[in-house]
Design a protein around this ligand. Structure first.
Ligand code: NAP
Ligand code: G3H
Length: 472
């Protein structure tokens, strides 16, 4: 199957193509265009031309396209879910679930757009006559939004940018991850079938390493909404110049476990948080920081639960599936080897077949090990033992990342105190770290990002305030 890009309402080829293979078994899934710079220019121009018509529609009219696209997506959930599962080696059930979650997200974005109002601000008495001034404060679209998504949620993390941008009156140029681009293009197809006007939503496929910088630096782009790794995010920050950006980047989310925690629940949530989609989630629990007093008990519970995880084929809904590519699997193996060499205690067998890595839990992880600090994006979980919760908070805050954290304790005051001290965007009390529900604010600080996502917050981020002042 030769997949094409949507540009100005038409499906278009490019001279060069990229073949997409499944990480499960190397099956050839199809080709996507590798767009040239000239073709990118055309897509950008097309989007700019469509802006005026789209922003001048009422939110009610724009919402109609979103509701329709959501229905089409839900109708096609099995077909899209199957391709998604093959393309990024995600459990089949989870892949279909991603499509349904995305349809819900698009509907909610449409609803939220209908609730996006301005306000009237009365003048104060800062200077004579200012009490007879009135500011009409409205939200206006940014213009052309460049949306760039990562491989791990090629449908959901694409729609989480596209839908709020569109309902806010922006036009969009969407660059899917290369591994995940077929799934991304099927999302675009749903909008096209919903009748989205020509030029309002355009796709650009091609390797980020080849066209990424060109897209980011392109003068037609008014706003960049990016989810992906911290190094690429940093580069985008440098290239963006004065233009506003939203960055959702990497993380090293910790689960802090206090002595009074419900350890059974903590272990269950930690396993779910750490190993779902083989740890390839920005919000995966990537280290456990537990007070010494209960560390043995927690480690035993975690070990027992990890041994029950299934490893294998996404179409058998195995818990652990092949990583996205060999480079990623090699990276995770490197972290495992470093931990072993420096004396970490493996609680599970260490095994690799191709890009399939069995889940590994390390106890007695010390702070000189790479696994204590680096984001593996794979199925490996370090346990760090600490003397008290102050030390736990200190270690968490020493991370270059600041996405999320979990705190397990039955003491509400303690939970609140730790939550206020952690340098992260979100703290979950007695639960695993996670982005959803998708209407919650979602943000990373430090090396984990800039700006706030989450449906309402994404609309606010991708619209700007315009103040029109009257004297009366
Ligand atoms: P990635 O390598 O940074 O790629 C993300 C996207 O950026 C892809 O579409 C990629 O295209 C594109 N890209 C690559 N180089 C670029 C450049 N120079 N300019 C512009 N775009 C460029 O990340 P990934 O491997 O797909 O995803 C894993 C990472 O994303 C992890 O670090 C994870 O924590 C993070 N992530 C964060 C969140 C969050 O919400 N905080 C969510 C999901 C993932 P190609 O595919 O063509 O290379
Ligand atoms: O990979 C990053 C995603 O934003 C995580 O989303 O917590 O719903 O799995 P999730």
């Amino acid at each position: 199957m030769k997949y094409q890009n949507l540009v100005n309402g038409e499906w278009v080829h490019s001279a060069k193509e990229i073949t997409i293979y499944s990480p499960i078994n190397n099956e050839e899934l199809g080709t996507v265009p590798a767009m040239s710079q000239e073709e990118v220019d055309i897509a950008m121009e097309t989007a700019k031309n469509a802006l005026e018509g789209w922003r001048n529609l009422s939110a009610v009219e724009r919402a109609k396209y979103l509701y329709k696209a959501a229905d089409i997506l839900e109708r096609d959930k099995d077909k899209i879910g199957e391709i998604l599962a093959k393309e990024v080696a995600k459990g089949h059930k989870a892949a279909v679930g991603e499509v349904v979650r995305t349809a819900d997200l698009i509907r909610y974005a449409a609803d939220e757009g209908l609730r996006t109002f301005g306000e009237i601000v009365e003048g104060g008495s800062f200077e004579a006559g200012s009490n007879r001034k009135l500011a009409m404060v409205r939200r206006e679209p940014m213009g052309l939004v460049l949306a760039i998504a990562p491989f791990n949620y090629p449908v959901n993390l694409s729609a989480s940018k596209i839908a709020p941008a569109l309902i806010g009156g922006n036009v969009v140029l969407f660059k899917p991850p290369t591994q995940g681009s077929i799934s991304g293009l099927l999302l675009i197809k749903a909008f096209q079938e919903a009748g989205i006007p020509a030029g309002v939503l355009n796709s650009v496929t091609g390797k980020g390493s080849e066209i990424g910088d060109y897209l980011i630096a392109h003068k037609a782009v008014d706003f960049i909404n990016f989810t992906g790794s911290t190094p690429v995010g940093r580069k985008i920050g440098e290239l963006a110049g004065m233009r506003p950006i939203l960055l959702e980047l990497g993380g090293k989310d910790a689960a802090i476990v206090a002595a009074d925690a419900d350890l059974e629940k903590a272990a269950k949530d930690i396993i779910g948080g750490a190993f779902s989609y083989s740890g390839q989630r920005c919000t995966a629990i990537k280290r456990v920081v537990v007070v010494e007093e209960v560390a043995d008990k927690l480690a035993n519970l975690i070990q027992e639960k990890v041994s029950k995880l299934t490893v294998g084929d996404p179409f058998d809904n195995a818990d652990i599936t092949p990583l996205i590519d060999t480079k990623s699997a090699d990276f995770v193996e490197g972290l495992i080897n470093d931990a072993v060499e420096k004396g970490a205690k493996a609680l599970t067998p260490i095994k690799r077949e191709g890009n399939l890595l069995w889940p590994v839990v390390f106890d007695n992880v010390s702070l000189d090990m790479q696994i204590a600090w680096e984001e593996p994006f794979g199925p490996v979980l370090p346990i760090i033992r600490v003397k008290d919760l102050d030390e736990a908070v200190k270690i968490c805050n020493e991370s270059e990342y600041g996405l999320q954290s979990s705190v397990f304790t039955n003491d509400f005051k303690k939970a609140f105190d730790i939550a206020t001290r952690l340098e992260v965007g979100t703290v979950h009390i007695n639960n695993k770290t996670q982005r959803g529900p998708d209407n919650f604010p979602f943000l990373g600080i430090k090396g984990s990002g800039a700006g706030v996502q989450g449906i309402k917050y994404s609309i606010e981020s991708m619209t700007r305030v315009k103040s029109i002042v009257f004297d009366y």
